[in-house]
Design a protein around this ligand. Structure first.
Ligand SMILES: [Zn+2]
Length: 131
């Protein structure tokens, strides 16, 4: 099936999907707040600029949108047009994620990944940060 949008329109639509301060990210932040955690956002000095950093617990939380980070679930279907472009772009994102997670681990940080499609079910992971 062909994309119902032209290439130009599709690019415009996709470019409007934000990668920072997304709805899932805001949900996670609100939940952390309700648990009384203090955190910093988009820490530039750490690999991959983690979305949420809980310094006190040496923990970072990466909130990953299923499309942008190629989760492989039903929310990460690729646009029908320009598929090779999207595959290579999104694969790069995924590889970057892997590398920054690895580097963070090496530096002694715990990395908690929250996938968009697993929210709010995965909020339970956040309860154990203090342990
Ligand atoms: Zn997903």
């Amino acid at each position: 099936m062909a994309d119902r949008f032209s290439t130009a329109t599709r690019s415009e639509i996709m470019s409007k999907i934000r990668s920072k301060n997304t709805v899932p990210e805001i949900l996670v932040r609100k939940y952390l707040h309700s648990l009384g955690y203090r955190f910093r956002l988009h820490e530039r000095n750490l690999p991959g600029k983690p979305d949420i950093v809980l310094k006190k617990y040496k923990t970072v939380i990466q909130v990953r949108g299923c499309f942008w980070h190629l989760h492989g679930c039903k929310f990460s279907n690729l646009p029908k047009s320009n598929k090779p472009y999207w595959i290579s772009k999104l694969m790069k994102n995924k590889e970057r994620d892997k590398l920054s997670d690895k580097n963070l681990n090496k530096m002694g940080w715990r990395v908690i990944v929250m996938w968009e499609c697993k929210l709010p079910k995965n909020f339970i992971k956040l309860k154990s940060i203090k342990e």
